[in-house]
Design a protein around this ligand. Structure first.
Ligand SMILES: [Zn+2]
Length: 557
């Protein structure tokens, strides 16, 4: 009965080939998919039934058979297939022109000696992060297990079939290639991604949610990732040749002397009020740039290296971002005159946390003013918020404008205190919060609480680092131990993968497809779909079939 009617999609011919083996296929992650069994969701163009994977395949197949029914005579009504999540993701990658961006990265390998192009290898590496594999070995193992007749989908996804290649690059080939790539070219991908979002008017169209303060908030923070007890990359004389190893020595000359090496970098990310986070730049810390004794504490090392990095990175970013209105959000490490002067020179606003110990003259001056009657009456504000659970939040802001820092610069100081009380009026200790910011903007009753909200957005950046460490990206795994450049490229690709997946996760399609499960589970399921569903079935998804598609974004909490 197949292919008898002229209204049948050409893709129908695959029905006979793929329907039978999958009827007997055991469902994977059954516990997750079973939640969707029989739940119908109406989408703009079709009705989707979320089912376990083996059912998804047979559902698509049965829909193919349905189309051949003589009752459906109009060809326009045909092809109502389930829009598979992996198809949506593949279409999204096409939308951001990932392949084109990756193929622009310079490949220094001898072209007549290579089997896999640069862009294929880079996408292979990104795949490890997209689908939260935790290591290159994990992806390698999944691919090795695939029988030749099940490879089409992932070969298609990686763009290998276009080059008529039916095998996957081995992880050693991937590492070798990444080791030869210029790290800053990979950093450029982050800027491209931001520019793509800007050009696609995502920020403009969602201005009230994303840019509620009419300014882009850029966070800068350090991120330590590895600690090695022995040098991990050495020359023939066993000398450490890794430029990113920051040597640490404790108890020098004593019996309990300890030496180890650390890796870390400084990351710059744009955080938006709607929760979106887009990494912009990754800068690895280098031992050669830091003028500190090896015996300095890890904290001193972190501070010195991050400050050095900020001085180098921020002017580079200014050049890349041009006239974009920017406010820099930082922790207390950056509470110093040179950094404030740098922000002024760049024309950027700032909100910098000041803690005990930094800029003590500012603290003394503000303590003094705080005691004055005028300040107590006119330079403070309170707000009380009743929560649904009966708790109350009490916030107090005190401010001091035009406080001198050093000889030339001035700043404005905002002191903030938040007390949360339970229904009986008792303070909840764990929720007590107190901080102080240095602000470029003059503070007044009208803007003081919005400045607090903006300053607190820095917590989202900490959350990003937390996601990279604990939510499937395995940031603490070094990915390439012996090749320092490959290590760095792997790390920057981790941020690139985060940024791409972050944007995808705010599309309405991805949000509906994910349902109530976690993003990690959803990401892992995307790979399972790619490995277990034949390409011909994936290709029937509307997201891949439609000539034009516009991803809609949703930034509501
Ligand atoms: Zn190293």
């Amino acid at each position: 009965m197949i292919a008898q009617s002229s209204t049948i999609c050409t893709s129908q011919i695959f029905t006979g080939i793929y329907s039978s083996p999958y009827r007997h296929h055991r469902p994977f992650r059954h516990h997750r998919f079973s939640r969707y069994r029989s739940s119908f969701r109406h989408r703009k163009s079709d009705i989707v039934i979320q089912t376990p994977l083996h059912d998804k395949v047979s559902a698509n197949v049965s829909k193919i058979i349905d189309i051949s029914s003589p009752l459906k005579s109009s060809p326009k009504q045909s092809c109502k297939y389930e829009d598979l999540s992996i198809a949506q993701f593949i279409r999204f990658l096409k939308q951001i022109k990932l392949k084109k961006l990756l193929s622009k990265i310079i490949d220094v390998r001898q072209q007549n000696k290579i089997s896999y192009k640069n862009d294929v290898i880079l996408q292979w590496a990104l795949t490890v992060y997209f689908f939260r594999q935790g290591s290159c070995n994990a992806l390698q193992t999944s691919l090795q297990k695939l029988k030749p007749n099940k490879r089409t989908a992932i070969l298609k996804y990686l763009g290998l079939l276009e080059d008529e290649i039916d095998s996957f690059p081995h992880r050693t080939v991937v590492n070798d290639c990444l080791g030869r790539i210029e790290a800053d070219e990979v950093n450029e991908l982050l800027i491209h991604l931001f520019n793509w979002a800007k050009k696609s008017k995502i920020f403009y169209n969602h201005m009230p949610k994303l840019l509620s303060y009419d300014i882009f908030h850029i966070c800068i923070d350090g991120f330590s990732v590895h600690k090695y007890d022995t040098p991990h990359a050495v020359n023939e004389k066993k000398k450490n040749i890794c430029p990113y190893c920051l040597p640490r020595r404790h108890n020098k000359g004593k019996k309990n002397e300890v030496t180890y090496w650390m890796h870390g970098f400084v990351n710059v990310t744009i955080v938006f009020s709607g929760g979106l986070q887009l990494p912009l730049y990754v800068y690895p810390l280098k031992a050669s740039q830091i003028k500190l004794e090896g015996s300095a504490s890890d904290e001193e090392l972190k501070q010195e290296s991050e400050l050095q990095a900020a001085k180098m990175i921020l002017p580079i970013l200014k050049e890349k971002l041009g006239k974009l209105p920017v406010a820099l959000l930082t922790d207390s490490l950056y509470a110093n005159e040179p950094l404030i002067k740098l922000c002024e020179d760049l024309g950027w606003d700032y909100l910098i946390v000041r803690q005990e110990g930094s800029l003590k003259t500012i603290r003394r001056k503000c303590d003094e003013l705080e005691g004055c009657e005028l300040y107590q009456q006119s330079y403070r504000a309170h707000e009380t918020i009743k929560l649904k659970n009966g708790n109350t939040i009490e916030r107090t802001v005190k401010w001091f404008n035009g406080v001198t820092i050093g000889k030339k610069s001035y700043t404005n100081v905002l002191r903030f205190e938040e007390i949360v009380k339970d229904a009986d009026g008792n303070s909840i200790k764990k929720k007590y919060f107190k901080t102080e910011w240095l602000c470029s903007k003059e503070i007044n009753k009208g803007n003081c609480f919005s400045l607090v909200k903006r300053g607190r957005m820095r917590a989202d950046h900490e959350d990003l680092h937390n996601s990279l460490k604990n939510r499937g990206f395995a940031a603490k795994h070094d990915y390439s131990r012996a090749n320092s450049n490959a290590w760095l490229v792997w790390k920057i690709l981790m941020f690139v993968a985060f940024g791409i997946f972050e944007l995808f996760s705010f599309t309405t399609l991805a949000q509906k497809s994910k349902g109530p499960s976690s993003w990690i589970a959803f990401a892992k399921d995307l790979l399972s779909e790619l490995l277990k569903i034949p390409w011909e079935i994936i290709a029937l998804s509307p997201s891949l079939k439609k000539e034009k598609i516009q991803f809609r974004f949703n930034f509501s909490p």
